[in-house]
Write a protein that binds this ligand. Structure first.
Ligand SMILES: NC(=O)c1ccc[n+]([C@@H]2O[C@H](COP(=O)([O-])OP(=O)(O)OC[C@H]3O[C@@H](n4cnc5c(N)ncnc54)[C@H](OP(=O)(O)O)[C@@H]3O)[C@@H](O)[C@H]2O)c1
Length: 327
């Protein structure tokens, strides 16, 4: 156990982006949910994965208003477990509205709205669902383009929520993550830094935010890493022929360490001292167990050197991600 912005967390957390809704962009999402995508089946499935995660020591759970019913599935699981608020840390996010209507193929899966009206509405919804379990509330995918980091009404309201006891974070995305984070680090409300934490993408293919994340950690912000497996591209499931050389390099290194490609990719994240929590995005108990094996890997510089050539240019990485189909 460790802490993030004073909240109790485990080094590996569980994200519910793939568990809370029938459609997502992760590579084999459709296969994972073959037991059924109706709400009761998906809720029972999410609870099974949550049970396994909690039993294995996972204490940080990550949701968002736009992850379908992720907050509700988490709330019903917490209630069934009888866990006290404070026994685990729950983070959620506002800023996207879920619009897929429980469909895998939808014209719009989620609509971004970083307005004060949406913040007010969504924080009330999150609190109604999660109650006092909600510990961390994050802006979902803050970008410089969205203007949210200069929206005084939004920032002041987040400051009020912080004064009221919530920890406040932001998640970032896209090729300008580092620049966005450096702007966010300077945002103040009432004379002190607003953001307690940042959630960012860092993985073996897209490590460009590393230096900025190290700076954020050094000034006392909590650092959560998402998409450690590049939405499944860093797992054995990625059969893209253009990725075959990299897939082979990952497999060779995983075999050398007696582990799986996904555990290797997660361990690469955990090797950095500026990471507080890395999210597993597991959709099944099998994936979760394989992901958790990351904690057993003893990292060293030579592994970094052997894997360094996997990194892509940021623009290339984010263009590829934007082409992943919902399934
Ligand atoms: N902007 C944001 O704030 C933002 C954006 C993205 C994610 N997040 C957070 O980060 C969490 C994790 O991110 P993520 O799920 O998008 O990405 P990820 O961790 O890079 O990928 C997770 C996916 O990898 C695949 N996988 C995992 N273990 C595997 C194994 N052993 N074998 C084969 N495939 C395996 C699964 O996909 P399939 O089975 O479907 O192939 C799983 O859904 C999310 O749940 C969410 O909480 C936040």
């Amino acid at each position: 156990m460790t802490t993030l912005a004073g909240l109790p967390v485990s080094r590996i957390g569980l994200g519910l982006a793939a568990l809370g809704r029938p459609g997502y962009i992760n590579i084999g999402h459709a296969t994972d949910l073959e037991r059924g995508r109706d709400v009761p089946t998906m809720e029972a499935h999410a609870h099974t994965v949550l049970d396994a995660a909690h039993a294995a020591g996972v204490r940080y759970f990550d949701a968002a208003r736009s992850y379908g019913r992720a907050e509700a599935f988490l709330a019903s699981w917490l209630a069934a477990q009888g866990l006290a608020p404070g026994a685990v840390t729950v983070g959620s996010k506002w800023g996207y509205v879920y619009t897929a209507d429980w469909k895998v193929e939808a014209e719009n899966h989620e609509v971004k709205e970083h307005s004060i009206a949406n913040l007010t509405r969504q924080v009330a919804e999150s609190r109604a669902i999660l109650g006092s379990y909600l510990g961390l509330y994050q802006i979902h995918s803050a970008t410089l383009e969205s203007g949210v980091l200069g929206n005084r009404a939004v920032l002041d309201e987040l400051g009020r929520l912080r004064a009221d006891g919530l920890k406040i974070g932001l998640s970032i995305t896209g090729p300008r993550q580092a620049e966005t984070l450096r702007v966010a680090m300077e945002v103040e409300v009432g004379g002190s830094r607003l953001f307690d934490s940042v959630q960012a993408t860092w993985n073996l293919l897209e490590p460009s935010a590393g230096p900025a994340l190290a700076e954020a950690h050094a000034v006392g912000m909590g650092v959560i890493i998402k998409e450690a497996l590049a939405n499944g591209r860093l797992t054995g499931r990625n059969d893209d022929s253009a990725f075959s050389v990299k897939r082979r390099a990952i497999k060779v290194e995983a075999d050398r360490l007696g582990t799986t490609p996904d555990a290797l990719a997660l361990a690469a994240v955990m090797s950095h001292p500026w990471v507080d929590v890395v999210l597993s995005g597991a959709t099944t108990v099998g994936q979760l167990r394989s992901n958790l094996d990351a904690s057993k890997i003893v990292w060293n510089r030579e592994i970094d050197d052997r894997l360094a050539s996997l990194a892509e240019g940021s623009d290339e990485y984010w263009t590829t991600r934007s082409r992943l189909p919902w399934n």
